[in-house]
Design a protein around this ligand. Structure first.
Ligand code: PMV
Length: 327
Protein backbone atom coordinates (compact mmCIF):
# COMPACT_ATOMS: atom_id res chain seq x y z
CA UNK A 1 0.00 0.00 0.00
CA UNK A 2 2.82 2.30 -0.93
CA UNK A 3 3.24 4.38 -4.09
CA UNK A 4 5.15 7.38 -5.37
CA UNK A 5 4.12 9.99 -7.92
CA UNK A 6 5.55 13.15 -9.38
CA UNK A 7 3.45 16.13 -10.44
CA UNK A 8 4.31 19.48 -11.98
CA UNK A 9 3.13 22.83 -10.73
CA UNK A 10 1.00 24.95 -13.06
CA UNK A 11 0.49 28.59 -13.87
CA UNK A 12 -3.01 29.97 -14.38
CA UNK A 13 -3.56 31.98 -17.58
CA UNK A 14 -7.18 32.60 -16.57
CA UNK A 15 -7.21 32.66 -12.78
CA UNK A 16 -9.26 30.84 -10.19
CA UNK A 17 -10.26 33.21 -7.38
CA UNK A 18 -13.44 32.27 -5.52
CA UNK A 19 -15.25 29.12 -4.41
CA UNK A 20 -18.84 28.00 -4.89
CA UNK A 21 -18.46 25.42 -2.10
CA UNK A 22 -15.76 25.88 0.52
CA UNK A 23 -16.21 22.51 2.26
CA UNK A 24 -15.79 20.55 -0.99
CA UNK A 25 -13.37 23.10 -2.42
CA UNK A 26 -15.38 23.66 -5.61
CA UNK A 27 -14.40 26.75 -7.62
CA UNK A 28 -16.99 29.40 -8.49
CA UNK A 29 -15.67 29.70 -12.04
CA UNK A 30 -13.49 27.81 -14.50
CA UNK A 31 -9.80 28.53 -15.03
CA UNK A 32 -7.10 27.72 -17.60
CA UNK A 33 -3.47 26.91 -16.85
CA UNK A 34 -0.23 25.77 -18.39
CA UNK A 35 1.49 22.80 -16.75
CA UNK A 36 5.05 23.68 -15.71
CA UNK A 37 7.75 21.22 -16.68
CA UNK A 38 10.72 22.14 -14.48
CA UNK A 39 8.85 22.85 -11.22
CA UNK A 40 7.68 19.54 -9.73
CA UNK A 41 6.93 17.76 -6.48
CA UNK A 42 7.62 14.06 -5.79
CA UNK A 43 5.43 12.43 -3.17
CA UNK A 44 5.44 8.97 -1.60
CA UNK A 45 2.49 7.70 0.42
CA UNK A 46 2.59 4.56 2.56
CA UNK A 47 -0.66 3.40 4.24
CA UNK A 48 0.59 1.38 7.21
CA UNK A 49 -1.05 -0.78 9.83
CA UNK A 50 1.46 0.20 12.50
CA UNK A 51 0.74 3.95 12.39
CA UNK A 52 -1.59 5.54 14.92
CA UNK A 53 -1.54 8.95 13.28
CA UNK A 54 -0.56 10.29 9.87
CA UNK A 55 3.07 11.31 9.54
CA UNK A 56 4.06 13.95 7.08
CA UNK A 57 7.56 14.92 5.96
CA UNK A 58 7.46 17.95 3.63
CA UNK A 59 10.80 19.05 2.18
CA UNK A 60 12.57 17.28 5.04
CA UNK A 61 10.45 18.79 7.84
CA UNK A 62 8.44 16.27 9.91
CA UNK A 63 4.89 17.24 10.88
CA UNK A 64 5.58 20.94 10.34
CA UNK A 65 3.61 23.59 8.50
CA UNK A 66 1.36 22.08 5.86
CA UNK A 67 1.04 18.72 7.65
CA UNK A 68 -2.46 19.49 8.90
CA UNK A 69 -3.67 20.15 5.37
CA UNK A 70 -2.21 16.83 4.23
CA UNK A 71 -3.95 15.02 7.09
CA UNK A 72 -7.25 16.66 6.13
CA UNK A 73 -6.75 15.41 2.59
CA UNK A 74 -5.97 11.88 3.84
CA UNK A 75 -9.17 12.00 5.94
CA UNK A 76 -11.08 12.78 2.75
CA UNK A 77 -9.44 9.82 1.02
CA UNK A 78 -10.17 7.49 3.96
CA UNK A 79 -13.81 8.49 4.28
CA UNK A 80 -14.42 8.45 0.49
CA UNK A 81 -12.89 5.03 -0.11
CA UNK A 82 -13.40 3.20 3.19
CA UNK A 83 -9.77 3.10 4.25
CA UNK A 84 -8.74 2.76 7.92
CA UNK A 85 -4.96 2.89 7.83
CA UNK A 86 -2.97 6.01 8.64
CA UNK A 87 -0.26 7.03 6.23
CA UNK A 88 3.30 8.22 6.05
CA UNK A 89 3.61 10.95 3.40
CA UNK A 90 7.02 12.13 2.19
CA UNK A 91 7.14 14.96 -0.27
CA UNK A 92 9.89 17.05 -1.85
CA UNK A 93 9.82 19.79 -4.47
CA UNK A 94 12.59 20.45 -6.97
CA UNK A 95 12.01 24.19 -6.64
CA UNK A 96 12.71 26.19 -3.48
CA UNK A 97 9.72 25.89 -1.13
CA UNK A 98 10.48 29.27 0.36
CA UNK A 99 10.28 30.88 -3.07
CA UNK A 100 6.60 31.50 -2.50
CA UNK A 101 5.55 29.64 -5.63
CA UNK A 102 2.53 27.41 -5.23
CA UNK A 103 3.74 23.98 -4.17
CA UNK A 104 0.20 23.02 -3.19
CA UNK A 105 -0.76 22.44 -6.85
CA UNK A 106 2.08 20.00 -7.54
CA UNK A 107 1.98 18.55 -4.00
CA UNK A 108 -1.71 17.61 -3.90
CA UNK A 109 -1.72 16.39 -7.51
CA UNK A 110 1.19 14.04 -6.70
CA UNK A 111 -0.46 12.96 -3.45
CA UNK A 112 -3.82 12.23 -5.12
CA UNK A 113 -2.15 10.06 -7.77
CA UNK A 114 0.04 8.28 -5.20
CA UNK A 115 -3.04 7.52 -3.01
CA UNK A 116 -4.89 6.16 -6.05
CA UNK A 117 -2.03 3.76 -6.82
CA UNK A 118 -1.26 2.80 -3.20
CA UNK A 119 -4.90 1.92 -2.53
CA UNK A 120 -5.55 0.35 -5.95
CA UNK A 121 -8.48 2.70 -6.61
CA UNK A 122 -8.03 2.87 -10.42
CA UNK A 123 -9.63 6.32 -10.61
CA UNK A 124 -10.18 7.92 -14.02
CA UNK A 125 -8.27 11.09 -14.87
CA UNK A 126 -11.39 13.15 -14.12
CA UNK A 127 -11.88 11.46 -10.74
CA UNK A 128 -8.20 11.98 -9.90
CA UNK A 129 -8.47 15.65 -10.81
CA UNK A 130 -11.59 16.05 -8.64
CA UNK A 131 -9.77 14.32 -5.77
CA UNK A 132 -6.69 16.55 -6.13
CA UNK A 133 -9.07 19.54 -6.04
CA UNK A 134 -10.03 18.62 -2.47
CA UNK A 135 -6.42 19.34 -1.45
CA UNK A 136 -6.03 22.53 -3.49
CA UNK A 137 -8.16 23.97 -6.28
CA UNK A 138 -5.20 24.54 -8.57
CA UNK A 139 -3.97 20.94 -8.00
CA UNK A 140 -6.88 19.65 -10.10
CA UNK A 141 -5.16 21.20 -13.16
CA UNK A 142 -1.76 19.57 -12.45
CA UNK A 143 -3.21 16.07 -12.98
CA UNK A 144 -3.64 16.73 -16.71
CA UNK A 145 -0.70 17.95 -18.75
CA UNK A 146 -0.28 20.73 -21.28
CA UNK A 147 -2.92 23.42 -21.23
CA UNK A 148 -5.63 22.50 -18.74
CA UNK A 149 -9.10 23.88 -18.19
CA UNK A 150 -10.79 23.51 -14.83
CA UNK A 151 -14.54 22.99 -15.17
CA UNK A 152 -16.45 24.28 -12.15
CA UNK A 153 -19.31 21.85 -12.78
CA UNK A 154 -22.81 22.06 -11.38
CA UNK A 155 -23.20 18.99 -9.16
CA UNK A 156 -23.72 19.68 -5.45
CA UNK A 157 -21.15 17.01 -4.55
CA UNK A 158 -18.45 18.56 -6.77
CA UNK A 159 -18.06 15.37 -8.80
CA UNK A 160 -18.14 17.27 -12.11
CA UNK A 161 -15.61 19.89 -10.96
CA UNK A 162 -12.38 18.69 -12.54
CA UNK A 163 -9.79 19.71 -15.12
CA UNK A 164 -9.43 18.49 -18.71
CA UNK A 165 -6.63 19.01 -21.20
CA UNK A 166 -7.60 21.52 -23.91
CA UNK A 167 -4.26 21.56 -25.75
CA UNK A 168 -1.09 19.45 -25.60
CA UNK A 169 2.11 21.04 -24.24
CA UNK A 170 3.62 21.40 -27.72
CA UNK A 171 0.70 23.53 -28.95
CA UNK A 172 2.44 26.73 -27.93
CA UNK A 173 6.25 26.80 -27.64
CA UNK A 174 6.70 28.98 -24.63
CA UNK A 175 9.24 29.89 -22.00
CA UNK A 176 7.95 30.61 -18.50
CA UNK A 177 10.14 32.51 -16.06
CA UNK A 178 9.38 33.25 -12.43
CA UNK A 179 11.13 36.20 -10.79
CA UNK A 180 11.33 35.68 -7.02
CA UNK A 181 11.08 38.97 -5.11
CA UNK A 182 10.90 37.66 -1.53
CA UNK A 183 11.20 34.35 0.29
CA UNK A 184 8.84 35.42 3.06
CA UNK A 185 5.61 33.52 3.52
CA UNK A 186 2.57 35.31 2.10
CA UNK A 187 0.51 36.94 4.84
CA UNK A 188 -2.93 35.80 3.60
CA UNK A 189 -3.37 32.32 2.09
CA UNK A 190 -5.57 31.75 -0.95
CA UNK A 191 -8.51 30.18 0.92
CA UNK A 192 -8.79 33.10 3.35
CA UNK A 193 -8.10 35.62 0.57
CA UNK A 194 -10.84 34.19 -1.66
CA UNK A 195 -13.35 34.23 1.16
CA UNK A 196 -12.53 37.83 2.08
CA UNK A 197 -12.77 38.92 -1.56
CA UNK A 198 -16.14 37.21 -2.10
CA UNK A 199 -17.53 38.69 1.11
CA UNK A 200 -16.28 42.23 0.84
CA UNK A 201 -15.06 43.25 -2.63
CA UNK A 202 -17.76 45.08 -4.62
CA UNK A 203 -15.85 43.93 -7.73
CA UNK A 204 -16.22 40.21 -6.97
CA UNK A 205 -19.48 39.84 -8.92
CA UNK A 206 -17.95 41.63 -11.91
CA UNK A 207 -14.91 39.35 -11.66
CA UNK A 208 -16.88 36.08 -11.66
CA UNK A 209 -19.16 37.24 -14.46
CA UNK A 210 -16.12 38.26 -16.56
CA UNK A 211 -14.50 34.81 -16.39
CA UNK A 212 -16.64 32.87 -18.94
CA UNK A 213 -15.70 35.34 -21.67
CA UNK A 214 -12.03 35.28 -20.61
CA UNK A 215 -12.09 31.48 -20.83
CA UNK A 216 -13.63 31.52 -24.31
CA UNK A 217 -11.05 34.05 -25.53
CA UNK A 218 -8.15 32.08 -24.02
CA UNK A 219 -9.42 28.81 -25.54
CA UNK A 220 -9.55 30.49 -28.97
CA UNK A 221 -6.06 32.00 -28.57
CA UNK A 222 -4.63 28.61 -27.59
CA UNK A 223 -6.45 26.92 -30.45
CA UNK A 224 -4.78 29.42 -32.80
CA UNK A 225 -1.42 29.02 -30.98
CA UNK A 226 -1.29 32.83 -30.87
CA UNK A 227 1.32 33.75 -28.23
CA UNK A 228 0.61 37.47 -28.38
CA UNK A 229 -3.09 36.91 -27.75
CA UNK A 230 -2.49 34.31 -25.02
CA UNK A 231 -0.02 36.66 -23.33
CA UNK A 232 -2.17 39.79 -23.51
CA UNK A 233 -5.23 37.90 -22.24
CA UNK A 234 -3.25 36.31 -19.39
CA UNK A 235 -1.81 39.67 -18.34
CA UNK A 236 -5.22 41.40 -18.42
CA UNK A 237 -6.81 38.55 -16.47
CA UNK A 238 -4.17 38.64 -13.73
CA UNK A 239 -4.57 42.42 -13.37
CA UNK A 240 -8.36 42.01 -13.07
CA UNK A 241 -7.94 39.42 -10.34
CA UNK A 242 -5.64 41.76 -8.41
CA UNK A 243 -8.02 44.70 -8.91
CA UNK A 244 -10.78 42.54 -7.42
CA UNK A 245 -8.56 41.61 -4.45
CA UNK A 246 -7.69 45.28 -3.90
CA UNK A 247 -11.40 45.98 -3.55
CA UNK A 248 -11.64 43.69 -0.51
CA UNK A 249 -11.96 45.04 3.03
CA UNK A 250 -9.28 45.02 4.36
CA UNK A 251 -7.65 45.24 0.90
CA UNK A 252 -5.53 42.34 -0.31
CA UNK A 253 -2.31 43.76 -1.69
CA UNK A 254 -0.01 40.86 -2.56
CA UNK A 255 2.58 42.96 -4.43
CA UNK A 256 5.74 44.59 -3.18
CA UNK A 257 7.75 47.38 -4.82
CA UNK A 258 9.88 44.95 -6.80
CA UNK A 259 6.72 43.34 -8.19
CA UNK A 260 5.73 46.69 -9.70
CA UNK A 261 9.23 47.32 -11.08
CA UNK A 262 9.19 43.91 -12.74
CA UNK A 263 5.84 44.62 -14.41
CA UNK A 264 7.34 47.81 -15.86
CA UNK A 265 10.48 45.98 -16.98
CA UNK A 266 8.39 43.48 -18.95
CA UNK A 267 6.34 46.27 -20.52
CA UNK A 268 9.56 47.96 -21.60
CA UNK A 269 10.75 44.71 -23.17
CA UNK A 270 7.48 44.55 -25.07
CA UNK A 271 7.84 48.12 -26.25
CA UNK A 272 11.26 47.09 -27.58
CA UNK A 273 9.65 44.33 -29.62
CA UNK A 274 10.08 41.29 -27.32
CA UNK A 275 6.96 39.15 -26.89
CA UNK A 276 6.82 38.94 -23.09
CA UNK A 277 3.79 39.05 -20.80
CA UNK A 278 3.28 39.17 -17.05
CA UNK A 279 1.07 37.18 -14.73
CA UNK A 280 0.96 37.30 -10.92
CA UNK A 281 -0.75 34.98 -8.41
CA UNK A 282 -1.57 35.46 -4.73
CA UNK A 283 1.93 36.62 -3.90
CA UNK A 284 4.63 39.08 -4.94
CA UNK A 285 6.46 36.91 -7.48
CA UNK A 286 6.21 37.87 -11.15
CA UNK A 287 5.79 35.15 -13.77
CA UNK A 288 6.60 35.93 -17.39
CA UNK A 289 5.44 34.15 -20.54
CA UNK A 290 7.64 34.70 -23.58
CA UNK A 291 8.77 33.21 -26.84
CA UNK A 292 11.45 30.55 -26.37
CA UNK A 293 13.98 32.61 -28.36
CA UNK A 294 13.59 35.53 -25.91
CA UNK A 295 14.27 33.43 -22.80
CA UNK A 296 17.82 34.70 -22.21
CA UNK A 297 16.93 38.36 -22.84
CA UNK A 298 13.93 38.18 -20.51
CA UNK A 299 15.96 36.45 -17.81
CA UNK A 300 18.59 39.19 -18.04
CA UNK A 301 15.96 41.95 -17.87
CA UNK A 302 14.32 40.39 -14.79
CA UNK A 303 17.66 39.97 -13.01
CA UNK A 304 18.52 43.59 -13.82
CA UNK A 305 15.63 44.80 -11.64
CA UNK A 306 17.01 45.60 -8.20
CA UNK A 307 15.46 43.23 -5.66
CA UNK A 308 15.00 40.21 -7.92
CA UNK A 309 16.44 37.35 -5.84
CA UNK A 310 16.44 34.64 -8.50
CA UNK A 311 14.71 33.61 -11.71
CA UNK A 312 13.27 30.09 -12.09
CA UNK A 313 12.54 28.62 -15.51
CA UNK A 314 9.93 26.22 -16.87
CA UNK A 315 8.20 25.18 -20.08
CA UNK A 316 4.84 23.57 -20.90
CA UNK A 317 4.94 19.91 -19.87
CA UNK A 318 3.09 16.69 -19.11
CA UNK A 319 0.83 16.08 -16.12
CA UNK A 320 1.22 13.94 -13.00
CA UNK A 321 2.70 10.44 -13.34
CA UNK A 322 3.50 7.45 -11.16
CA UNK A 323 7.03 6.70 -10.09
CA UNK A 324 6.78 3.28 -8.43
CA UNK A 325 4.31 1.05 -6.59
CA UNK A 326 5.05 -1.59 -3.95
CA UNK A 327 3.05 -3.98 -1.79
O1 PMV B 1 -5.23 26.32 -5.43
P1 PMV B 1 -5.20 27.47 -4.52
O2 PMV B 1 -6.22 27.38 -3.43
O3 PMV B 1 -3.82 27.72 -3.97
O4 PMV B 1 -5.58 28.80 -5.34
C1 PMV B 1 -4.84 29.27 -6.44
C2 PMV B 1 -5.11 30.70 -6.68
C3 PMV B 1 -4.24 31.38 -7.73
O5 PMV B 1 -2.96 30.81 -7.78
C4 PMV B 1 -4.09 32.85 -7.34
C5 PMV B 1 -4.88 31.34 -9.12
C6 PMV B 1 -4.85 30.03 -9.83
O6 PMV B 1 -5.79 29.79 -10.61
O7 PMV B 1 -3.89 29.26 -9.68
Amino acid sequence: MRAAAIAPSNLALVKYWGKRDSALNVPATGSISVTLDGLSTSTTVDFREDLEADECVLDGVRNGRGAERVTRFLETVRSSFGVERRALVESASDFPAAAGLASSASGFAALALACDAALGLSLSEAQLSALARRGSGSAARSIVGGFAEMRPGEAADGSDAFAVQIAPPERLPLAILAAVTTRARKPVGSTEGMLRTAESSPFYGAWTSSVPRALAEMRAALEAADLERVGMLAEANAMRMHATMLGADPPLLYWNGVTVELVHAVRELRAAGVQAYVTIDAGPQVKVLCEESARAAVREALLAVEGTLEVLEARPGEGARLQDVQG
